[in-house]
Design a protein around this ligand. Structure first.
Ligand code: PLP
Length: 332
């Protein structure tokens, strides 16, 4: 039902974090989906493999998607388009104030480097703009394909249903007979990744529990979005979305002041991971999830648990925010 177009070298590595494990008295592992897809990769690459399957089936020649000026999804969509020889237009949120210049670095720089089309609009007009573009291209005899923000789609979910099977296979190397992790943590935005993992985990039992750390406010909204994803995906299959939704765990107490807002304790977590493990986390997604994992360990007083962290990528966003670290790292 879903066709894969190879964009990622799979499986991505699953590694043991010896130093962090020692400090936190648990066995902490990392699934390197920051290495999925063209460099610098991320979780969107797994979703795009199956989205591209639909694009090929349909014979589309132009990808349209949307996001913020620092969207990893937009960057990987642009890279996928380049690889597939497709045109690509990114509809990006215009900065709130006209005077606010867009930082020509990170993902925004990469969109330009990759040579895709960029349209800046108010966030509220994004969907309308994408539909207008789609219609315009159709009128010109082209075949556009519209990808929702963050790759939120059944094909996108499927990428992470498959990832759960991959994690299951790799867990045997470390956990032997036990064969599954006690906890799996990840950063959750649109919830596509978490929905896929929940379904995959139901099928393959790679972890006792899956904990989504929400990166945007609105826990109930986030949960509903994931439940909606489960329902849509399971609809055509012999799977009960309701039963799977009992396993849904989304925590929103680690968001800090809000989406994309970077606080000092997050900078500490990012430098801890860099100094102990040479793992690079980004301050909008992966560092919030990892900070959530560490807080969870402390709050629940966990010891000797096998805990997997799914690294979803986002390196360009870390580099975007380098000056935030200056005081912490080199003093003043
Ligand atoms: C998009 C993104 C997420 C969130 O993934 P969803 O499937 O939208 O929940 C997490 N981490 C990074 C680095 C991302 O770019």
């Amino acid at each position: 039902m879903y066709t894969r177009v190879k964009l990622c070298d799979l499986p991505t590595p699953l590694e043991y974090l010896a130093n962090i494990s020692r400090i936190y008295d648990n066995n902490i592992y990392i699934k390197r989906d920051d290495l999925a897809g063209p460099e610098p990769g991320g979780n969107k690459a797994r979703k795009l493999e199956y989205i591209l399957g639909e694009v090929r089936k349909k014979g589309a020649n132009h990808l349209i998607t949307c996001g913020s000026v620092f969207s990893n999804h937009c960057r990987l969509t642009a890279m996928a388009a380049v690889r597939e020889g497709l045109d690509c237009t990114l509809v990006l949120n215009r900065p709130a104030a006209d005077s606010e210049a867009i930082d020509f670095s990170g993902n925004y720089f990469l969109y330009n480097l990759l040579g895709v089309n960029i349209e800046l609009v108010d966030k509220s007009e994004r969907d309308e703009k994408m539909e207008q573009l789609e219609q315009k291209l159709k009128d010109q005899g082209e075949k556009p394909h519209l990808i929702p923000a963050g790759g939120y789609s059944k094909a996108g979910i499927h990428g992470y249903v498959e990832a759960a099977a991959e994690i299951k296979a790799q867990s045997k190397d470390y956990l032997g007979e036990k064969g599954k992790f006690d906890l799996l943590f990840l950063a959750t935005g649109t919830g596509t990744t978490q929905a896929g993992l929940l379904i995959g985990n139901y099928l393959h039992k790679c972890s006792e529990a899956i904990v989504g750390i929400s990166v945007e406010p609105g826990k109930e909204e986030g949960e509903n979005k994931i439940k909606e994803s489960l329902k849509e995906y399971c609809q055509d299959l012999d799977l009960s979305a309701l039963e799977i939704s009992h396993d849904l765990l989304l925590l929103d107490e680690y968001i800090g002041a809000g989406y994309g807002i970077i606080e000092d304790d997050l900078l500490e977590v990012i430098s801890l991971m860099a100094r102990e493990e040479a793992i690079l986390l980004d301050p909008v997604y992966s560092a919030k999830a990892f900070a959530g994992l560490l807080s969870f360990i402390e709050e629940k007083n966990l010891h000797n648990q096998d805990i997997l962290f799914l690294h979803t990528g986002g390196l360009p966003i870390l580099l975007n925010n380098s000056t935030n670290f200056q005081d912490l790292l080199v003093g003043n």
